[in-house]
Ligand binder design. Sequence first.
Ligand SMILES: Cc1cc2nc3c(=O)[nH]c(=O)nc-3n(C[C@H](O)[C@H](O)[C@H](O)COP(=O)(O)OP(=O)(O)OC[C@H]3O[C@@H](n4cnc5c(N)ncnc54)[C@H](O)[C@@H]3O)c2cc1C
Length: 493
Amino acid sequence: MKKAAIIGAGLGGLSASIYLSIKGWDVDVYEAQFFPGGKAAEEYLDGYRFDIGPSLVTMPWVFADVFKAAGKNINEELTLIKLKEICTYYLSDGTHLKALSDLEDFGDELEKIHEGSQESLIEYLKEAKKAYKLGGELFLTKPIHETRTLLKLSTLSKLIRFAGIHPLSTLNKINSKFFKDARLVQLFNRYATYNGSDPYQTPATMLIIPFVEYDGGGYGIKEGIYEIPKRLHKAAEELGVKFYFGEKVMKINKEKKKIIGITLNSGFKDYDVVISDADVLYTYEELLELPDAKKARRYRKLEPSSSGIVFYWGINRTFEELSVNNIFFSSNYPAEFQAIFENKTMPKEPTVYVNITSKLTPSDAPKDCENWFVLLNAPADENQDWDFLVSNARKATIKLLSKRLGVDIKSHIVTEGVLTPPDIERRTSSTHGSLYGISSNTTKAAFLRHRNRSKEITGLYFCGGSAHPGGGMPLVILSGKICAELVEKYSGD
Ligand SMILES: Cc1cc2nc3c(=O)[nH]c(=O)nc-3n(C[C@H](O)[C@H](O)[C@H](O)COP(=O)(O)OP(=O)(O)OC[C@H]3O[C@@H](n4cnc5c(N)ncnc54)[C@H](O)[C@@H]3O)c2cc1C
């Protein structure tokens, strides 16, 4: 049996461990923390339960597939709840609407804001579907950097046509073409943040993101998002994968450009293959000790995706008007992204996302209370004065929420946790604390993510948010699957 070591039990690493184990490999997973999940962790604060990172599940088929590969039925592992109200949007002028999973009803909601928007939605989603079918699907599921993949003419032509969709346009421009009301353009611009990008720069092809949400639905998990890595960990263990928690990998060992194993605090262990679910740049700089490798130098120049500041608030009352997911828009969206990506600071007036899982799972908060996960987009960490930025952001958030809800929110916060970009880097080794690897602020970015198989070092593979196809739960699970397929193809004999 060939032996593989996986560095990191994030969702990408867990997925790779399952897909590789079922191919007959002997798989060991090393995780620096004492639990699986990486960014998808959980915490309890004074009787309130919080998912630390991801809050919304999209592309449910990706999750179903990985459980199925492990011999499990997702519906026996998790209770997926398709959200009828995907999100309640508080628009910048104080009006609000609900993004409903029933598209006719959602169209009615849009129509109330601006006449003709129902028709715009239908046309917009048709265009988005075209982009997804043309190349989006293939881009997400195939190792696009492999010559063998590109040599398939149908694949290559699809990718070229995909990259060529509205080539010089941005998400904002295409949204403005379809929606005539600035408030609705802002709503659809928001999807750029799903991969940590700027709607005024990210290419129009990103309209595949709203497509997957409105076509496949947005889901919550009754047991909490953290149940996903917990169950995948258990399923992998049942397949024979061995997990070592609290075991930081110190070094990836190679000889003549070929992987020979890894070094732990306790010493060297030999492996035929190493898959890194840790950040690509961190892997080059710290684990391979190759900070000057061409790939590392190239990666360092790429713009990181945005990061986030999260407040975890225990709220001592309920808000019937809110849904599981809620967005409170700022009045100047361009200024917000300029602050984050150009000035690398927090916007004066942030857009605020509030996720409340106790709406689905009342036991996540004490009786008649709610657990608020409050996320603000933030710049990647470059040693800013985070104490100052967090304190200002907290004040701005409370001001915005209090104004929009007509309630002094501060007086209802009974317990609080905070996550900052440096915390994200410290917890998961994500360079600059970015949430999704590199940003997608250029057309090229999609192709500049690190390949899943190293061409320079035989036996080295990459999964997770900083590798192809990028960040977000479904994408990192797909990256783990792509990695396992490549390992089998290139290191199987
Ligand atoms: C606040 C926040 C909100 C988000 N919201 C969403 C959302 O709503 N929907 C969505 O789909 N996605 C969301 N995401 C993104 C999603 O969480 C990530 O893209 C995904 O979970 C990353 O998985 P990964 O495989 O890249 O590994 P990570 O989660 O980055 O984990 C990597 C693991 O590797 C371990 N590791 C690193 N170095 C070593 C070493 N040397 N030795 C051993 N172990 C090591 C780390 O401890 C960590 O556990 C969000 C993320 C955050 C932080």
